[in-house]
Design a protein around this ligand. Structure first.
Ligand code: ZN
Length: 254
C-alpha cells in the first residue's frame, strides 16, 4: 500500500498512473461513494466540520430535524429546513460523477452505490445507481402515492400537498427509518462480484458503509478519501485527496 500526500506531486502522478492501470484492466468495476463525492459539487457533508452539524442557524440538531418523528410532528419546520438546507438543485456534477458515467458507458463500471441523495450521478449520465439513502428526486403522496418532481417540492409554500390533499413526502431515508433491503441486497451482490472496488469520499464509519465493504472478495480495492479509513490496510491503492480531483485524472480507454 502506498499513501499519497497531496503535497507530493511527483508521487501523485505515479498514483494516478496506477489508478488508470487498474481501472483500464477491468470490466467489472463497482464504485461506492459517500458525502465527499457531493461536497466537491458544493453540497455540504452532514458530518464534516463545515457541514450541517455545525449549522448554528437552527437550534434543533439536524439529526432531529431530519428524523421521521420530527417530519410527522413538525411538518412546516421540516420542509423549511429541507428546502433550505437539503435541496441543492443548482448543484452540478463534478469530475467524479462525470468519469464514473463515462466508465459505465465504456462497459467497465457495473454500478454506482451511493449514500448521497442529490441525484448528481444520474445528472452526469450514470444509469445503474443504487441510492442507499434514497433521493430528493422521488417524492410521493402519503395518501395516494402519486409521484411529484423535486421542483414541485421546492416551489411549494410550506408543506407540499398532493391534488388529493395528502402530504407529499420526499423519498429520502430519514433518521429512524430503515434502509431499503432490496437496495442493500443489490449493493452487496455487486460488491461481492466486483473485480475492482473503488471507495470514494467516505471515511467508512457510517452504517451501512463499513459493513458493505466487507463483502468485497477481490484484491483490487482502491480508496480515495481525504482522510484515512478503517479499510486502508486492505487496499491495493490509497489516495488521500479529493475524489473529484483524482477522478479528473482518469483516462478511460475503450
Ligand atoms: Zn395524493
Amino acid at each position: 500500500m502506498k499513501i499519497v500526500d497531496k503535497n507530493e506531486v511527483s508521487k501523485n502522478l505515479n498514483e494516478t498512473e496506477q489508478l488508470n492501470a487498474i481501472i483500464n484492466s477491468s470490466d467489472n468495476i463497482v464504485f461506492f461513494g459517500g458525502a465527499g463525492v457531493s461536497t466537491e459539487s458544493g453540497i455540504p457533508d452532514f458530518r464534516s466540520v463545515s457541514g450541517l452539524y455545525s449549522d448554528s442557524q437552527y437550534k434543533t440538531p439536524p439529526e432531529r430535524m431530519l428524523s421521521h418523528s420530527f417530519f410527522l410532528s413538525h411538518m412546516e419546520e421540516f420542509f423549511s429546513y429541507y428546502k433550505e438546507r437539503i435541496l441543492h438543485l443548482e448543484a452540478a456534477p463534478n469530475q467524479a460523477h462525470i468519469k464514473l458515467a463515462e466508465l459505465e458507458r465504456a462497459g467497465k463500471l457495473r454500478a454506482v452505490i451511493t449514500q448521497n441523495i442529490d441525484g448528481l450521478h444520474q445528472k452526469a449520465g450514470s444509469k445503474n445507481v443504487i441510492e442507499l439513502h434514497g433521493s430528493v428526486h422521488r417524492n410521493n403522496c402519503l395518501d395516494c402515492g402519486k409521484s411529484y418532481k423535486v421542483g414541485y417540492i421546492a416551489r411549494a409554500r410550506g408543506v407540499p400537498v398532493c391534488d388529493c390533499g395528502g402530504v407529499i413526502k420526499p423519498g429520502v431515508v430519514l433518521y429512524e427509518e430503515s434502509l431499503n433491503q432490496d437496495d442493500i441486497a443489490r449493493a452487496v451482490n455487486y460488491i461481492n462480484e466486483a473485480d475492482v472496488l473503488i471507495i470514494g469520499g467516505t471515511s467508512l464509519v457510517v452504517y451501512p458503509a463499513a459493513g458493505l465493504v466487507q463483502h468485497y472478495k477481490g484484491s483490487k480495492l482502491i480508496i480515495i478519501n481525504k482522510t484515512g479509513t478503517e479499510s486502508d490496510n486492505r487496499a491495493l491503492l490509497v489516495i488521500r485527496q479529493g475524489i473529484g480531483e483524482v477522478m479528473g485524472g482518469v483516462v478511460v480507454k475503450l
